[in-house]
Ligand binder design. Structure first.
Ligand code: FAD
Ligand code: NAD
Length: 475
């Protein structure tokens, strides 16, 4: 007999597993099918984010930051350390430990919430039926549900003439699992992954060269922030080459030779390892039967409406496989919203207030519109900014590079965007997201008491500076 559920989720990443837990909390009988297998050969929930994305990258960013600071920053505090060394295997094992703690934690949450976990591949058939192929088996089982949530996530984009082998030419998973520091690391793409993982290996001693096709660095960020970032990363030793098109890469004698084209014409450059980080694409391979009724758009994304409903009745889709930014928190909030809609509740996501964070040092974070977007859209605005170098806390910490920039509507003073590069940007942005969610004004932030001495005073002063009444800088 066919096993039936109220909800079947295909994909156990931050979109899928969160949707499954929320559906179960709402009293719906729920199953989650996920095919990911961990290093121990067992099911590992959490998707890209927990296994080969957000979490392992942040674990390595932290380890490498400690190592780098010990060598280059702590002497100014009077802390002198000699014979500092890095055991890469210990660093990788610590990262793996963090990952398995969290992936195991999701399995525990499934048990606690009575979500039935299926380890293997799911394929959507017609009439809300799902074909399940258990891990390492050819057997096929058909399951049925009132509602199905597709959350298959994304995979790295490949470029012509550059083939991943994950030994020399790496994707994100390969670059998170190196057993030694490559002397020369090439990175194709100076985007989020390139900067984060490039920083990790650069701090550990690699000479890192990023080859970026576009003429503008971090084109989606506010350009004042991108410019500062470009300067600071250059000082740190990241060699970012813009307007550089990679034509091909080949491996021979233990090194990777890249053929590229830039303003000087065609040339070759060799690396010990090459990371390819040129974006990600929705992963829908083998997910949909011909008669599933689910349509894809021209970008290969699953077509959904504002409420995440696909073109097939009772089938929903969330996360990296649909429109919008490829971010874990966006995927999770969509998952929660869909579970609530299925349970008959009201739910809505504000895509305009989804924050972005790049976990470099200094961190970069933003929410809302950039100055270039406001100009393009003809929206009249006022701008305020404040450097961390003018905050007592930043100076006391010895970590005061960067600034907060705030953009507010010229007439209403509503905050339209906040852009931060500096210490703690990933946490500071939360206050700005809340302000924007409540349609708050720069004046609201300016009138809120911010603790002294904190980095959040830079947000406060940037808000004051929108009205040209900042206290600790010239207006
Ligand atoms: P995924 O997390 O990709 O999960 C999909 C799951 O579905 C996978 O386990 C997959 O195996 C499974 N699956 C797919 N098809 C099937 C099928 N047919 N049957 C069964 N299972 C299937 N985002 C942030 O917000 N912050 C960060 O700091 C951050 N850092 C990142 C760092 C890196 C290196 C990378 C690569 C990504 C990072 N991201 C970050 C992006 C984030 O990982 C994704 O946005 C997020 O994981 C998307 O969640 P998802 O649930 O849509 O898909
Ligand atoms: P990305 O879109 O951030 O950056 C890719 C870069 O590669 C772009 O600058 C692009 O111009 C460049 N590029 C594309 N084709 C190229 C080519 N042929 N040669 C040279 N450069 C080329 O993509 P990503 O870094 O691969 O990350 C994928 C996604 O994962 C991100 O967009 C983001 O959604 C998510 N992510 C988020 C975080 C975070 O939130 N901190 C961290 C990592 C990844």
């Amino acid at each position: 007999m066919t096993e039936k559920f109220d909800v079947i989720v295909i994909g156990g990443g931050p979109g899928g597993y969160v949707a499954a837990i929320r559906a179960a909390q709402l009293g719906l009988s729920t199953a989650c099918i996920d095919m990911n297998t961990g290093k121990d050969g067992k099911a590992a929930l959490g998707g890209t984010c927990l296994n080969v994305g957000c979490i392992p990258s942040k674990a390595l960013l932290d380890s490498s930051k400690h190592y780098h600071h010990l060598q280059h920053e702590y002497a100014a505090h009077g802390i002198n350390a000699s014979d500092v060394s890095m055991d890469i295997n210990t660093m990788i094992a610590r990262k793996d430990g963090v990952v398995s703690k969290l992936t195991g934690g999701v399995s525990q949450l499934f048990k606690a919430n009575k979500v039935k976990q299926f380890h293997g591949r799911g394929r959507l058939l017609s009439n809300r039926q799902v074909e399940f192929t258990p891990h390492a088996s050819d057997e096929q089982i058909v399951l049925e549900a009132e509602n199905i949530i597709l959350a298959p996530g994304s995979v790295p984009i490949t470029i012509p003439n550059v083939e991943y082998d994950n030994k020399y030419i790496l994707d994100n998973a390969g670059a998170l699992d190196l057993s030694e520091v490559p002397a020369r690391l090439g990175v194709i793409g100076a985007g989020v992954i390139g900067l984060e993982l490039g920083s990790v290996w650069q701090r550990l001693g690699s000479e890192v060269i990023l080859l970026e096709a576009l003429p503008t660095f971090l084109a989606t960020a506010d350009q004042d922030i991108s410019k500062q970032a470009g300067r600071l990363f250059k000082q740190q030793g990241l060699d970012i080459r813009l307007d550089t098109l990679v034509k091909s890469a080949s491996v021979s004698d233990g090194e990777v030779t890249v053929t590229l084209e830039d303003k000087n014409g065609e040339s070759e450059i060799s690396f010990d390892r090459l990371l390819v980080a040129v974006g990600r694409k929705p992963y829908t391979e083998g997910l949909l039967s011909d008669d599933s009724g689910v349509e894809l758009n021209e970008h290969g994304q699953i077509n959904v409406n504002e409420q995440s409903q696909t073109t097939a009745a009772g089938v929903w889709a969330v996360g990296d496989c649909v429109r919008g930014p490829m971010l874990a928190h966006k995927a999770s909030e969509e998952g929660v919203a869909v579970a609530e809609l299925i349970a008959g509740k009201a739910a809505h996501i504000h895509f305009d207030t989804v924050p972005w964070v790049i976990y470099t040092d200094p961190e970069i974070a933003w929410v809302g519109k950039t100055e270039q977007q406001l100009k393009e859209e003809g929206i009249a605005y006022r701008s305020g900014s404040f450097p961390f170098a003018a905050t007592g806390r930043g100076l006391a910490m010895g970590n005061a590079a960067g600034l907060v920039k705030m953009l507010a509507d010229e007439d209403s003073d509503e905050v339209l965007g906040v852009h931060i590069i500096g210490p703690g940007a990933s946490e500071l942005i939360a206050e700005c997201v809340v302000t924007m969610e409540f349609h708050g004004a720069a004046e609201d932030l300016a009138r809120i008491v911010h603790a002294h001495p904190t980095l959040s005073e830079a947000v406060h002063e940037a808000a004051l500076h929108v009205d040209k009444r900042a206290i600790h800088r010239g207006n």
